[in-house]
Structures are given as structure tokens and as C-alpha cells.
Ligand binder design. Sequence first.
Ligand SMILES: [Zn+2]
Length: 310
Amino acid sequence: MTMAWLDPVRQEFRKRLQGDRLAHAFLLSGQAGTGKQAVAMEMAAALLCVEECLPACGSCRSCQLLATGAHPDYCNVSFELNKSGKLRGEIVIDQVRDLISLLQLTTTISAKKVALVYPAEAMNRHAANALLKTLEEPPGDAVIILLSHDPSRLAVTIRSRCQNLHVRPPDLDAALEWLLESGDYREAEARSALQAAAGSPCRALNLLSEGGVAHYRLVSDTLESVQAGRCPPAGALSALADVEPDQLWTWLSLSAAERFLQNRDNHSARISLSQLQNRADRNRMLMASPVRKDLLLQDWLIQWARLDGL
Ligand SMILES: [Zn+2]
């Protein structure tokens, strides 16, 4: 097993697995890009494995089937394509109904049935209500693992029925070391990726493997130019046109947060930066809806250009 920062979560889960306190539902929380999916898959494999141990044996029929993605006692609910082939921005009730049907069947291979829901806060109200009913009266051999970047967005009624496991990101040095072991990257590049990913190692690795670091630098350089008056907001709009919108708003939010921390004594700038950060977060959520994305970005950049005295 790698990703040493996940060890406390593994140990906690192992205790539950070995004792008689195994819950029917777990809530695995932590910021995006810290390895929640990886540890959730390890938990699922452990629950399904004939040995019922963590790490799973890796060689029994259950472990082999899980590795091929065809385990009959396991299901994974996440974003799916809708009828017109577009990725949905939420988890809908039909998906939760399918999950419930699977959990009601008798097991085929393993002693337990396991379902993963990721990210749990993406369930819409109907989907969450349907899941809540199952959490209230779970089938005896079912375990549901909810993954969440932001558990405060889940209903308290759902949270209170889960055993909580929280993933803490590694410190900067450990994250850097892991990144450098994971691929042939230069240290400066890996540092930039970690900065762009707000310290989330898996997200940083994605950026490195997808060439996202160059886009992150482009965003920071463009923001500097806008603020220094070297580039008008309209020019910045075209410079940023190729950056993936969700990623772009994450970085804009981070940039505002960084400046906020750097400007401890400039009260008016801090108010503006806090507003800019909130707007970036809200705009990121709006990307799935039919809004004029260029106008949102232009307005944001105009406000950024007005920041002075920084
Ligand atoms: Zn096994």
C-alpha cells in the first residue's frame, strides 16, 4: 500500500473490521485529491475479500473479480451520462434505486455487499432521501461507503447514520516526496502542482500527468498582468480561454485566498478578496448550468483589476 498519509484511516477501519463494531455505513471525508477513492476501494476490497482483512488478500475470487470491475456484490455510484450523452452534475434517484436493489439481493460471492457513493454531496434531494431510508433500515450484510469533499453539504440525518473517517492531507514535504516517487517530475514542477492543487497530492499528480501545471502558471501570470494593468480584463479572457472552467475557477478562488493571507493589514483589500473568493467558488458551481461563462469571468477579472494597494 502506498500513500502513507492514509494509514490512520486504514488503521481505524481495520479496528472496525476486526472488532464487532462494523457499521452499515461509513462517511469518508476530506478535501478533494487526498486519496479518498483509493482508500475507499481498499475498504471495499477488504469487506468483500474471503479473508475479510485490510489489505485484502488480492488473490481470492472476490479480489480478482473486483480488480476486473465485474464483482456482482459491489457497485459504485457516481456521475453518469444523461440521455443526451452529457455528464450529469448530480446523482439522481434512479442511481440510488439501482444501488438499493443490489443491496437487497443475496450475496453471490462475498459475505457482504458493498456500495460506494462518490461524491455523496452530489446526490440531489430525492436521491438523498431514498438513500436515507436504506441507511435507516440497512440490509444485514450491506455496507455503504459515502465519500465527501464537503460533508457539511450532506443532511445531518445521513451523516449521523455513518461512522466517520476523515482523511487528512500529508504535509508539504511528504506530499512532495510522494509526487517525486510517482513519476519522473522535476521538483520545481511538483511544487507548482502542489500549490495549484492546494496541497492535495492526487490532484497535483493529475495536474502533472495532464500538463495542467502549465495552465496553472498561465492563470497566475495572467492575474498578475491584470492587476499590474499590463493586460486588460478582456485580453485576459482570451488568454484563459483554453483552461478547463472548473479548474480555472478553483485556481481563481485559490489565488484570491492566497492574496487574502498575504495582506493581513489591508482591510479593504481583504474584504474585496474574500468577495472574489466567494464569487469564484459560486461561479465554479454554476459551470454546469446554462450561464454566460465569459461574462462571469469578465466581471470577476474586472473586480480583480480594481484591487489596489497590494
Ligand atoms: Zn481476497
